[in-house]
Write a protein that binds this ligand. Structure first.
Ligand code: UT7
Length: 325
């Protein structure tokens, strides 16, 4: 009997502080930085994002998302035997946010580690968890994307600070006799390190270099539209499916124009694309599981639907996962 993995529950969490474009524009004006709701909406589709309060870390957001996902799956934390957290904004240099999350969940013993693939982190983490479940190494995994990008934004750089937000999303991935995850396709090309990075690092007790996000938005935009189509097609081919089999596309929520471009190339109507970027902004590794949970709880995506998840981001990294919910 072939062993598969299947998502049995989803959950998410947004920190309570919602910051509208107008509020952000007003804050930035105080620094002499000019932006507007009109520019942000027209160029990105973003209307608002959520920011954490001081002292709240990725593992805190992850904990709330996991509680909701476990409840939806009808599982307790004690049944979890693997935790993978995708994040580029971990609580500490080490240990991993996954280990910190494990302790907050009140459990110990199971493997727990972080995956760092920036905005592609969740599709990477889901692919690793799927492989571990299919080999029998785990039966009930928590796969999480959690970020506090507000901590690494340069609020003097209007080309980036209006784009990102904080949040977490999680799924419970369990061993199954029937296929859930159908295929995945992951890539990286480190020659593009400089177009999206946080170049600072720790040395001798000091942060050297700038620990703030830098992005060449246009370069990322062009690459993203190309690789997202390629990853989707490769994943469909691996699963023996076509675009017509996709019920829902859940792309990384960075920019509505990238999502529209990807949908067009895949000949999918926009009514088949889950969009949360307007309310969440770009939450990096958290964006896909946040969007998935919103779509499940909103009654859009239902059990049995075929869903394509797509991530793209720093590294450069990109990838897709096709699954039956
Ligand atoms: O999560 C990882 C993946 N990340 C992405 O997918 C991001 C990909 N990139 C993008 O989404 C878009 O490139 C951006 C939203 C970042 C920028 O949109 P754009 O249409 O490429 O704008 P642009 O960079 O060409 O800038 C157009 C103008 C510039 O002014 P000039 O040179 O034409 O006078 C910018 O200085 O808009 C200006 N501008 C702004 N104006 C008001 C840039 N940022 C702002 C701002 N408010 N916040």
């Amino acid at each position: 009997m072939t062993l598969y993995s299947r998502i049995t529950g989803t959950g998410s969490y947004l920190p309570p502080r919602r910051v509208s474009n107008d509020e952000l524009a007003q804050e930035l004006a105080g620094r002499g930085i000019e932006t507007s709701n009109e520019w942000i909406v027209e160029r990105t589709g973003i209307h608002a994002r959520h920011f954490v309060a001081d002292g709240v870390n990725s593992s805190d957001l992850a904990l709330e998302a996991c509680r909701h996902a476990l409840e939806a799956a009808g599982r307790s934390a004690a049944e979890v035997d693997l935790i993978i957290v995708a994040t580029s904004t971990p609580d500490m240099v080490f240990p991993s946010s996954a280990a910190i999350l494990q302790n907050k969940l009140g459990i110990a013993g199971c493997p727990a580690f972080d995956v760092q693939a920036v905005c592609s982190g969740f599709v990477y983490a889901l692919t690793v968890a799927d492989a571990m479940v299919r080999t029998g190494a785990a039966k009930c995994a928590l796969v999480v994307g959690a970020e506090v990008f507000s901590r690494i934004l340069d609020f003097n750089d209007r080309t980036t600070c209006v784009l990102f937000g904080d949040g977490a999303g999680a799924v419970v991935l369990e061993a199954s006799d029937t296929p859930g995850i159908l295929a995945s396709d992951l890539h990286a090309d480190g020659s593009h390190v400089g177009i999206l990075c946080v170049p600072g690092h720790v040395s001798g007790g000091q942060v050297l270099g700038t620990p703030l996000l830098h992005m060449d938005g246009q370069a990322v935009f062009k690459l993203a539209v190309r690789v997202l189509e390629e990853a989707a097609r490769a994943t469909l081919a691996k699963a023996g499916k076509t675009e017509a089999d996709i019920d829902w596309l859940i792309p990384h929520q960075a920019n509505i124009r990238i999502m529209q471009g990807t949908a067009k190339k895949l000949k999918l109507g926009l009514d088949k694309v889950v969009v949360t970027v307007h309310e969440h902004g770009n939450t990096s590794a958290a964006s896909i599981p946040l969007a998935l949970d919103a779509a499940v709880r909103g009654g859009q995506v239902r059990t049995g639907d075929t869903v394509m998840l797509e991530g793209v981001g720093g590294g450069f990294t990109w990838g897709a996962v096709l699954l039956n919910l």
